[in-house]
Design a protein around this ligand. Structure first.
Ligand SMILES: O=P(O)(O)OC[C@H]1O[C@H](O)[C@H](O)[C@@H](O)[C@@H]1O
Length: 555
């Protein structure tokens, strides 16, 4: 189906022209099956893949060709993408509704950079917080950070939610078997959910005298985090007693709100600062990444930053034809706006990336799930698609049925490292594990092939009954990393961040705010008063809410 019911009227002739040309391209390609595209052009992969650093992006299984891509490039030019990229890499407050810059890229600029500071003191304050964090990491790794009773800290719990949870959680899981941490067994745990589920489980297993909590919250006002932190504090106080020493030995705070950390009792020496110019979902590169640094050490953390910095430079300098984040963005625009595909599955073929789908759900949907432009107009195009995902091999046994034979068109990102377990050749189990990795890779390639080509993928199957048929033509991109390392992961995450930014420029929206999550928090506070019989609602409640509250109170 052609997505172009009407060409968006943006009031800009060049942009409108580019959309009109894209509408023609979509019409030209709408009935061409991916199987035909592959058989018509044996060089298709060569034409439609790009490599940079440790990363390869194969977009040959997307339903476009070089001519459609050229029109997408014209749209990016008409939307001044190049100029916007330069504005991102400056201190300009491009987060217009909050009047803030979006300088997460500054967090990964190396100490010895020749780059000019976007504003006085940005690079030096980033380095000084990294140094402070490095000092804490060393102290904890060396067993010098002691609990109140003088015992060594064996377990660290990160209390945070959203960007203060998902980034550190995803990266520490992904790099869990990094060789850098072999000698440093330290339990690193995460508690995010406001109902206390994760924390309750952890508190059963951990010992107060050996446990250190990181209270991680950019705003230090998020109730989910504050309730969990309070529960942790009371748990410690019950066994160790309260006071300054307890706070000094058992809590680190990471926030942009220094006064609020003081008020909550975080010792000044244990406070790590972030800045209002780091969005929560872009903050894993800052001291919010402390759990990652604890997992992989500061050398590893710096490699993560270096990988992201490599992608920053690439995004800033490469022409769009070879620019991985821009191409990822243009492919997304093509699928969403030209082919009317509004669902995207994230499918890592590596169990270490199990949290990547959740991380990208926040990054993409919280950034670009918007319907008002920077100028305050309603958008005239679809914006962010619905994203979801799962470790690919497991999802094969769960929802791939819908991908293969359902009625929805879904674009997929297949993600895998080419090499795995190779560094462990001396281990007796490594040969079997290498075989398991090969099995996962084979499945990754086979699934994307079958989704794209349909039955053409396996010629010679003969006539199939309808219920066994594979229509194919489901588009996908494949991202291969040389191996999953701090460096390659940093590069890949930064590529997704910049993809999101490039799309926001084309859609004309601000990707750095999240006003849509605010009102729910206010209403919840009011509802809590009603559930606790402490307050009457300001407005009469609807019958559904009343009925549910009655049920709760009657139990
Ligand atoms: O880090 P915090 O200030 O506690 O915020 C945690 C999260 O909560 C908010 O509601 C936002 O939707 C997220 O973008 C943010 O990452």
């Amino acid at each position: 189906m052609n997505a172009f019911k009407a060409i968006p009227d943006t009031g800009n002739a060049a942009i409108q022209q580019a959309w009109a040309e894209l509408a023609d391209e979509a019409k030209r390609l709408q009935d061409t099956h991916l199987a035909e595209m592959f058989s018509a052009d044996p060089e298709r992969f060569k034409r439609l893949n790009v490599k940079h650093g440790p990363m390869l992006l194969d977009y040959s299984k997307q339903r476009l060709d070089n001519s459609a891509l050229a029109k997408l490039g014209s749209l990016a030019d008409a939307c001044d993408l190049k100029e916007w990229i330069e504005r991102l890499f400056s201190a300009e407050p491009i987060n217009c509704t909050e009047n803030r810059a979006a300088m997460h890229w500054a967090l990964r600029v190396p100490a010895d950079t020749a780059l000019q500071d976007p504003a006085p003191g940005v690079f030096s304050s980033v380095q000084s917080q990294l140094e402070k964090m490095g000092g804490m990491v060393r102290k904890i790794h060396n067993g010098q950070w002691r609990g109140m009773t003088g015992e060594v800290i064996t377990d660290v719990v990160n209390i945070g939610v959203g960007g203060s949870d998902l980034g550190p959680l995803m990266v520490s899981r992904a790099l869990n078997d990094s060789t850098l941490i072999r000698d440093k067994p330290l339990g690193i745990h995460f508690a995010s959910s406001m109902d206390g589920s994760q924390l309750a489980q952890l508190l059963k297993l951990l010992k107060p005298q050996n446990t250190l909590f990181i209270v991680s919250s950019k705003s230090f006002t998020t109730v989910d985090t504050l309730y969990n932190a309070n529960t942790a504090k009371v748990w410690l106080e019950r066994s160790l007693g309260g006071g300054d020493e307890l706070m000094h030995c058992h809590f680190i705070g990471v926030s942009s709100a220094q006064q609020k950390m003081n008020d909550w009792g975080i010792h000044p020496e244990n406070q790590l600062q972030i800045w209002d110019w780091v969005g929560g979902r872009y903050s894993l590169w800052s001291c919010i990444g402390l759990p990652v640094a604890l997992r992989i050490g500061m050398i590893g953390f710096n490699q993560l930053l270096a990988g992201a910095h490599l992608m920053d430079n690439h995004f800033r300098s490469a022409p769009w034809q070879n620019n991985i984040p821009v191409l990822m963005a243009l492919i997304g625009i093509w699928n969403t706006n030209c082919l009317n595909i509004n669902a995207q599955a994230i499918l890592p073929y590596d169990g270490r990336l199990e949290k990547l789908p959740a991380y990208l759900e926040q990054l993409e949907m919280e950034s670009n799930g918007k319907s008002v432009t920077r100028d305050g107009q309603m958008v005239q195009t679809h914006t962010c698609p619905v994203l979801w995902g799962e470790v690919g091999p497991n999802a094969q046994h769960a929802f791939y049925q819908l991908l293969h034979q359902g009625t929805e068109v879904v674009t997929c990102d297949f993600i895998a490292p080419a090499l795995r377990y190779h560094e462990a050749m001396h281990n007796s189990d490594s040969e079997e594990l290498v075989r398991q990795h090969e099995l996962a890779l084979a499945n990754c390639l086979a699934q994307s092939r079958l989704l794209a080509l349909g039955e053409d993928a396996l010629k010679g199957e003969g006539e199939l009954p309808d219920y066994k048929r594979y229509r194919g033509n489901q588009p996908s991109s494949t991202i291969l990393l040389k191996e999953l390392s701090p460096f390659s992961l940093g590069a890949m995450i930064a590529a997704y961040e910049h993809k999101v930014f490039a799309q926001s420029v084309i859609w004309g929206i601000n990707p750095f705010d999240q006003w849509g999550v605010e009102m729910g928090k206010k209403i919840a506070t009011e509802t809590l008063g009603v559930i606790r019989n402490e307050a009457k609602p300001e407005y009469p409640l609807d019958s559904s809410t009343n009925g549910l509250i009655d049920f709760i109170k009657n139990q």
